[in-house]
Design a protein. Sequence first.
Length: 109
Amino acid sequence: MNTAKYAIDVNHSGEKMLSGVVVVPDGNYEQVTIQLLGSGDAGILTVKPDRNGKFTIELDWSKQPASLWIYAYGYVSEKLWLHNQPDLKKLKVSLVKVKPTNSLPPKTE
């Protein structure tokens, strides 16, 4: 996750574009969805990354964009708050595969 080691609060209201890259271990970017959320987690815009995981989103501040939610089936989703990012043009998010859970206890012999 692209989270700072300390809390920052950056005003990006002058920014017109947001861009970055999503990394998935199997390289299957067709599964990945990136959703721009406003206040109260209202969906503003949904995009798909290109075949290399890169994405670009035009920002409309009248819609009060607040965060990005990046998700794909079989991966742990990530949420990035825009005001915590030092640069909206160099975002990098690595999705991690969900660990399978076994509902049965291990066999003992």
